[in-house]
Write a protein that binds this ligand. Sequence first.
Ligand code: BGC
Length: 420
Amino acid sequence: MPKKPNVHFPKRFLWGAATSAHQIEGNNHNQWTVWELEHAKVLAASAQYQYHDLPVWDDVKPQAMRPENYVSGLAINHYELYEEDFALLKKMNLNSFRFSVEWSRIEPEEGAWNSEAIAHYVQYVKRLGELGIEPIVTLFHFSLPTWFAERGGFEKRANVKYFVRFSEKILSELGGSVRYIITLNEPVIYAMNSYYRHEWPPSKSSKFETWRVLQNLALAHRRTAKIARGLNRRYKVSVAHNSAYYYPGDDAWVSRLSAWVLQHVTDDYFLRKVIRSCDFLGVNYYFSNRVYGYRVHNPNEALSDLGWDLTPADLQYVLERLHRKYKRPLIVTEAGLADATDERRKAVIMQHIVALQRARDEGVDVQGYLHWSLLDNFEWDKGRWPRFGLVHVDYATQKRSLRPSGTWYGQVVKKLREQA
Ligand code: BGC
């Protein structure tokens, strides 16, 4: 048994929760809303085939087989209810919050800025400041204005300028009230799901397009980072990179080599293109992958509702590796699980915190932990049934209620902050 660490985090450590605009705001009009309406029926019809193996299938089946599940619609109406949601952050003693600004609201038509939407986000960030909560703003979290998607989105290098222009606009409006900026959320996952696995809009399957999108996203990050620095030298800029931990399941050289290659391809290929313009590195962690031979074959011992292996302790190894390779301060910008009954969330968070502490003991400069997610939300192509929230949301009434794990997380954070 490894030694139990002496848990101690610095005063400035960011304890928080993460969200994204399209998953919570409601009433958006972007490339996802169009795609949802086109695909809802097909997604509902294929749910049985896709998810029948999951232990929760019987419980989620009625919802997962209804097309409405796959249409974000009002989502959880966070656009209007954000004050209520910020009060929950306070209730949990959190001192940071990650969210994204919705480009399609801010620039609904090419070159036309929506002053109401801009004022909304200015007020939103101001309110966080008043509450003593550090905002961490994401500029691209998978949703795009339809006009941008129609022009080919990030497939075209010539389109990168539109994203950079939007970023410059919103950052100059938000000014010094934000410090932490995430240019892109999980660029590798976005490129793979949208352009290789045809799971997300624009549902393509092309190696070449995937590669091109990755190049253009990297360029978008570098240009935005440069602009941000020109606007305010206090800004700290990064991407939020999704890192799984790959490990060999046996001693065979093929397994060891495959684990190494997979880790390298999924982490380093993209990070190398952007790391020089990152002040820190945002890390999203959900699971590990055990590799036998050339294949991922997971033990499937403890699973989330989505069937993802629960391996929270491995967060430590992900942090240690990224620290060794990239020598940047790290912030865990997402880590969490779908757990409707809330039976596993507390243990997972506890192990995340131990992993953070162990990594810090090994000299890794981890500066924050933002649990995914604050609230139950719209889980992209899976819709509403996976429940990631520290806070339960009743979708019929929009009523929020803190889950026991949320109350517990809040108490732990309180203690850790008092001890700091
Ligand atoms: C994404 C979130 C998503 C979460 C759970 C991350 O890949 O950034 O938008 O909800 O994982 O799937």
